[in-house]
Write a protein that binds this ligand. Structure first.
Ligand code: BYC
Length: 482
C-alpha cells in the first residue's frame, strides 16, 4: 500500500507513486536522470551551483507541511515525482464521458492527444529555466536570488512530473519524448522550445518578474484545465504542480509591485509628480512607470499567444474526449458537454475587433483566455494601489487583447493598446510608446547589478514586506561562497 501523503526516499528519486515497486518506470527514470543533471549543469542557473540556497523541498503532499525549508546546493535538490492524493470515486467532469469513472490509464484512442499535451507542458518548464539562467549575476538581493532559484528548481521538478507521466503511460514513445525534452533549447533557431513565449529573451529582472506574473499565470490556467482531466494521473500531477505555481506568481506580482513602489517613493522624495517626466525620474536610478507599463504590454501579449487560436478544433477534441477541461470546470453550472452552447469570441470583422457568438466547443481556448484576463486584471488592480497610496497619479492597464499578437485572429494586423487597428506607418510611429525600445532596455540593463550583502537591495526595487519562511529580509538566503 502506497502512503500517498509521505514522500518516499528509498530510491534516488523522491516520490509518492511507489516507484520502488515499479521497476520498469524506476529504471527508465534512472536512465533519464543523468541526462537531466547534465542539462541542469549546462542550461540551468549560470554560476551558484556550489552555493547553499535556502530552498523549500516537498516532503509531504498533504495540505500541511509539504514544504520543508533548508540550505541545499541546487544540483543536489531532490527533484521528485509527486502527485496530489487520489480522490475516491472521481468521475470525468466534462465531455463525452461526463459522469463515467476516471481512467487510471490513457484510453488507447486518446494516446496521441495526451502525448501532445504532456510534451507541450513539459517543454515549457526547462524552456523557462534556460531563459532565466543568466539572471543570477544581476540579482537585486539575496532574497530575490533565492526566489529565482526556487522558481528554477521547481520548473525542473515540473519537467520531472511530465517525464514521469510520459515514461509510465506512453512506453517507448514517451521515452523518446522525454529525451527530446532535454534536447530543445530556448531561442535556438534549429531546435527551439515549442511555444513562442519560451523562446523570447528574459533580459533583465523586470522581465523576469513580468514573466512570472503573466506567463506563469498562463501556466496556472493551463494546469487548472488539465487538473480537470479524466486521465486521473494527469489531474493529480497538475493539482500538485499548482501548489508550487502559486509561489511563482507571488514572486512576479511582488517583484513588479516593489519596483513600482520604489519608483513612486523616489519620485515623491524628489518632488516629481509627472510620471512622464522620464529623464528626471530615470536620473533617480529607478524605472519610470511608463516603461514598466511597456514591459507589461509585451509580456501580456506574449502570454495571450500561449492560449492558441481563438477558434480551435484541437481544444474541442481535448474537451470532448475528457482530457482537458475548463478553468474550475466542476464549479461551472451547465451541462459540461457544450453540444449546443455558444460563446462570444473576439474576431476581426471588417477591420474592427468584434465579439461574435461561436460554438462553445471550438471557443474553449478563448474562454480560458478570458478567465486568464480576469485574473490578470485583479493583479493589475493590486499594483495600482501602490501609486495611489504613495500619491502618484498613474494607473497600469492591460492592453487590448488584439495588441501585438503573433498567434490567432490578430496575428496579421497592427492594433494599438486601446484596440484600434492601425496601418503600418501609424504602428511604426507609435510602437516605441507601447513596447520597450532598445533604449528602454539599455536603461534597465544599466540598473541591473548584483547586491550580495544580506539585507541590501538594489536602488530600483523596494525590499519585500517580509522574507521567505517568516524569516527577515536580511536573512542570508544564499551563501554564495562555500
Ligand atoms: N506558439 O489549434 P490551435 C507553463 C500551434 S505555461 C507556437 O489554436 P491548440 C509555464 C499549436 O500547437 C503552460 N505554436 O492550438 C509557465 C497547433 O500546432 P499543430 C503550458 C502555437 O492546441 C511559466 C497550431 O498552432 N501548457 O506551464 O488549441 C514557466 C494550431 O493552434 C502556439 C500548455 O500550454 C504558440 N503560442 O492550443 C514555466 C497546456 N499556440 O498541432 C511553465 C497544453 C498554438 O497544428 N497545451 N500553437 O502543429 C495546450 O493545451 C494547447 O496545445 C495550446 C494551443 C493551448 C498550447
Amino acid at each position: 500500500m502506497i502512503d500517498i501523503d509521505t514522500v518516499s526516499y528509498d530510491t534516488q528519486i523522491p516520490n509518492n507513486v511507489g516507484l520502488s515497486e515499479d521497476r520498469r518506470v524506476l529504471k527508465a527514470l534512472e536512465r533519464w536522470h543523468p541526462g537531466y543533471i547534465d542539462w541542469w549543469k549546462e542550461m540551468g542557473p549560470e554560476g551558484f551551483q556550489d552555493s547553499l540556497v535556502y530552498l523549500r523541498t516537498a516532503v509531504n503532499v498533504g495540505a500541511d507541511g509539504w514544504a520543508k525549508f533548508d540550505y541545499v546546493r541546487m544540483p543536489e535538490y531532490r527533484w521528485g515525482v509527486l502527485l496530489a492524493p487520489q480522490e475516491e470515486d472521481r468521475v470525468v467532469p466534462f465531455g463525452e464521458h461526463y459522469g463515467e469513472s476516471v481512467w487510471q490509464e490513457i484510453p488507447g484512442e486518446h494516446r496521441a492527444l495526451v502525448r501532445r499535451m504532456l510534451v507541450i507542458q513539459g517543454d515549457t518548464e526547462p524552456g523557462s529555466v534556460e531563459q532565466q539562467r543568466h539572471l543570477g549575476a544581476t540579482a537585486p538581493s539575496l532574497y530575490d536570488l533565492r526566489n529565482l532559484f526556487q522558481v528554477n528548481v521547481e520548473e525542473g521538478r515540473h519537467l520531472w512530473a511530465m517525464v514521469y507521466l510520459l515514461q509510465k503511460y506512453l512506453g517507448r514513445d514517451g521515452r523518446e519524448e522525454a529525451n527530446d525534452l532535454l534536447m530543445r533549447r530556448s531561442g535556438d533557431p534549429d531546435k527551439p522550445r515549442m511555444l513562442g513565449a519560451f523562446n523570447e529573451a528574459t533580459p533583465d529582472w523586470l522581465s523576469f518578474f513580468m514573466f512570472t506574473f503573466f506567463t506563469d499565470r498562463d501556466g496556472k490556467m493551463q494546469l487548472e484545465s488539465l487538473a480537470q482531466s479524466g486521465f486521473d494521473p494527469l489531474s493529480r500531477t497538475c493539482r500538485f504542480m499548482l501548489t508550487e505555481e502559486a509561489h511563482h506568481m507571488f514572486v512576479g506580482e511582488t517583484g513588479v509591485g516593489r519596483a513600482i513602489q520604489r519608483t513612486c517613493e523616489a519620485m515623491k522624495a524628489a518632488g516629481i509628480d509627472d510620471p512622464y517626466d522620464i529623464d528626471r525620474i530615470r536620473a533617480l536610478g529607478v524605472i519610470d512607470l511608463p516603461t514598466i507599463q511597456k514591459k507589461a504590454n509585451l509580456h501580456y501579449a506574449l502570454s495571450l499567444d500561449l492560449f492558441g487560436s481563438e477558434v480551435s478544433t484541437n481544444a474541442a477534441n481535448a474537451f470532448n474526449s475528457g482530457i482537458k477541461g475548463r478553468y474550475h470546470e466542476t464549479r461551472i453550472d451547465d451541462d459540461h458537454r457544450l453540444v449546443d452552447a455558444t460563446y462570444p469570441v473576439v474576431r476581426l470583422v471588417e477591420g474592427v475587433p468584434t465579439l461574435v457568438e461561436t460554438p462553445a466547443l471550438t471557443a474553449l481556448n478563448m474562454r480560458l483566455r478570458d478567465d486568464y484576463i480576469t485574473d490578470c486584471t485583479r493583479g493589475i488592480a493590486r499594483w495600482n494601489r501602490i501609486p495611489a497610496r504613495i500619491g502618484i497619479n498613474f494607473e497600469m492597464q492591460l492592453p487590448h487583447q488584439a495588441f501585438y499578437r503573433q498567434i490567432g485572429e490578430f496575428a496579421n494586423v497592427r492594433v494599438s493598446p486601446d484596440g484600434v487597428v492601425l496601418d503600418e506607418a501609424s504602428w511604426a510611429a507609435r510602437k516605441s510608446d507601447w513596447l520597450p525600445s532598445h533604449d528602454d532596455g539599455a536603461f534597465i540593463a544599466s540598473l541591473m547589478h548584483a547586491e550580495t550583502e544580506p539585507g541590501s537591495y538594489a536602488g530600483w526595487i523596494a525590499p519585500p514586506r517580509q522574507g521567505i519562511d517568516k524569516l527577515p529580509g536580511d536573512f542570508e538566503y544564499v551563501k554564495i561562497e562555500n
